[in-house]
Design a protein around this ligand. Structure first.
Ligand SMILES: Nc1ncnc2c1ncn2[C@@H]1O[C@H](COP(=O)(O)OP(=O)(O)O)[C@@H](O)[C@H]1O
Ligand SMILES: [Mg+2]
Length: 260
């Protein structure tokens, strides 16, 4: 898939219109960060793109085909996701969870996974170095390990699009960097489309090719981190006075102590 296009997408919870008119084109090979204040509609937008919520109006095109024209099976072959509330309380070991990534591809329901499926599972286990985790119960994993396994499952699914809702919010800096580095490398190498909701502006600046800021139900600002991580934009989006540091390693937002 080369492109996802959102056209005039709208969504309301009851009378409360959260998304007023969302327009954007996502291209393969890019990791796009969706940012904005709490409650601005980031997760809602992701849920619509993942097919969990039905938009009130508008269109989503995956290349030239409308999202609604995909069968559930075809859609689940194309799209994988790591959601905010992915449930770790499951009675599976890691290998079993990883194998679930192949479910949309099963050719013979009686036989289950075939040789080509196992080949994909093995490749990803090697790629992410998950060998030592395979027998572990999923409930016994740390938050960082669990997120990495979920990323592995998404890779095993071989979707062309990966959606992630705050995958790093419970991770320490080192685990966040590891997860985002693996993700962004994969997106570049396999020419996937990556869409990530992420709160940390500095991590977004380091790893995202483009950043979208949602405010008042629209994508109010979008562009490369250099273009949109600006004092006036952040002040408008979040309502605080940021201090911005531009370095050769990226653009960073510093907290100002006088706010405390
Ligand atoms: N099921 C729901 N029913 C009613 N309101 C909802 C529901 N889910 C989310 N909302 C509201 O919609 C707004 C956007 O939610 P969400 O997309 O989760 O925001 P974000 O992910 O940007 O923090 C919030 O004000 C939230 O309270
Ligand atoms: Mg959210």
């Amino acid at each position: 898939m080369k492109r996802i296009e959102l056209k005039n997408l709208k969504y309301s919870y009851g009378k409360n219109q959260i998304l007023k008119s969302i327009n954007y084109q996502f291209y393969s090979g890019e990791l796009i960060g969706i940012l904005g204040a709490n409650g601005c509609g980031k997760s809602t937008l992701l849920k619509i793109m993942m097919g969990f919520l039905k938009m009130e109006d508008g269109q989503i095109y995956l290349d030239e085909k409308k999202q609604e024209e995909f069968s559930i099976l075809d859609f689940s072959k194309k799209v994988s996701f790591i959601t905010q509330k992915s449930n770790q309380n499951i009675n599976f070991n890691v290998l079993e969870l990883l194998k679930l990534g192949r479910v949309p591809h099963i050719k013979n329901n009686f036989k289950g996974l075939d040789e080509s499926d196992y080949k994909v599972v093995k490749e990803v286990i090697d790629e992410l170095q998950l060998q030592s985790y395979l027998d572990r119960e999923v409930t016994s994993l740390s938050g960082g390990e669990f997120q990495k396994i979920l990323l592995g499952r998404a890779f095993i699914q071989k979707g062309e699009v990966i959606f992630l809702d705050e995958p790093t919010s419970a991770l320490d800096m080192n685990h966040s960097l590891e997860l985002l580095a693996i993700l962004s490398k994969k997106i570049k190498e396999d020419k996937l489309i990556g869409v990530i909701v992420i709160h940390d502006i500095n991590l977004a600046s380091l790893f995202c090719d483009k950043i979208l800021f949602i405010k008042d139900g629209i994508i109010k600002y979008s562009g490369s981190p250099e273009k949109v991580i600006k004092e006036d934009i952040l002040k408008d989006v979040y309502g605080f006075d940021p201090k911005i540091l531009e370095t050769k390693d990226g653009i960073f937002v510093l907290p100002k102590k006088e706010r405390l």
